[in-house]
Design a protein around this ligand. Structure first.
Ligand code: AMP
Length: 284
């Protein structure tokens, strides 16, 4: 497995493997089984799998956890090697944002609500770094988790609009046996908070059961999640029942939806979602 720090070296590697199909998994490191599921798929479906490890400062707000974000590069490289990754690109911040760096990529309305509303500038940072990474790696396909569902839709739109040439593939949320969605940030949770955080996935599963019983009224579904997730020690930021392609909030019953939420449990900000009436493979 090759590990490159310089964009020019990663680009040279890519150019030399021009005939091969490349599957790309961008990450911020602190890899867990959720990331591993993306890497396994990229390895399985392509001649070469490329993983990037980069904690991207421009997608963090001034009061967010950029400095404290978990970093464990040697463990991450071991995971990548074990799964059959051909190349890891792990640049320093100055490599991606050298002095004078000024260009930013602003996604459209799909990035303005939910996470974009709660974290102003977040998706400008995401779209900017992914445009840079895609132009270095030039992948045939890039793999993203449903865990960050809005990000998946933002990147699908970005790749299409800017003709980045990568198919952007969504992969299912990997959960702990008790339902908690895996996240690098889970390691911040105390034992007590981890228990409280279960209210989030349970509330989403309760709404999924309602949907299976035929409930389509967005207000009722929203309320169900709101009440289920409003447990002691859980501060809900938003609950959304939206169209799964546009992420427009649903006002009327619909035959497909994404219910997403964000909450703070202790100091840790968590997000989760469920997709209803549509399969992840249909999200493109
Ligand atoms: P991150 O390192 O948090 O930027 O995540 C890198 C990629 O892994 C993103 O596409 C995430 O959506 C995905 N990911 C994170 N957690 C999970 C999970 N529990 N299941 C599946 N994919 C995930």
């Amino acid at each position: 497995m090759k590990v490159f720090r310089r964009a020019s070296d990663a680009r040279t590697f890519r150019t030399a493997s021009a005939a091969a199909s490349i599957g790309f998994v961008p990450t911020m490191g602190a890899l867990h089984s959720g990331h591993a599921s993306l890497i396994e798929r990229a390895v399985r479906e392509h001649d070469l799998a490329v993983v990037s490890i980069f904690v991207n400062p421009t997608q963090f707000g001034p009061n967010e956890d950029f400095a404290a974000y978990p970093r464990d590069e040697s463990a991450d490289l071991a995971v990548c090697a074990r799964l059959g990754t051909a190349m890891v690109f792990a640049p320093a911040v100055e490599e991606m944002y050298p002095p004078g760096d000024a260009t930013r990529v602003r996604p459209g309305p799909i990035a303005e609500r939910l996470e974009g509303g709660a974290r102003p500038g977040h998706f400008v940072g995401v779209a900017t770094v992914l445009t840079k990474l895609f132009s270095i790696v030039r992948p045939d396909a890039a793999y993203f988790g449903q865990k960050d569902f809005q990000q998946l839709r933002v990147v699908q739109t970005l790749s299409r609009d800017l003709h980045l040439g990568a198919r952007v593939v969504g992969c299912p949320i990997v959960r702990e046996p008790d339902g908690l969605a895996l996240s690098s940030r889970n390691r911040y949770l105390s034992t007590d908070d981890r228990q409280k955080a279960l209210a989030l996935s349970r509330a989403l599963f309760a709404a999924t059961d309602d949907w299976a019983r035929g409930e389509r009224e967005p207000e009722i579904l929203r309320d169900r999640v709101d009440r289920g997730a409003s447990a002691p020690g859980v501060a809900l930021e938003y609950v959304s029942v939206a169209d799964p392609l546009t992420l427009d909030e649903l006002a009327q019953p619909a035959e497909r939806a994404v219910i997403s939420l964000a909450a703070r449990v202790g100091e840790t900000r968590l997000i989760d979602n469920v997709l209803l009436g549509i399969r992840l493979e249909e999200i493109a």
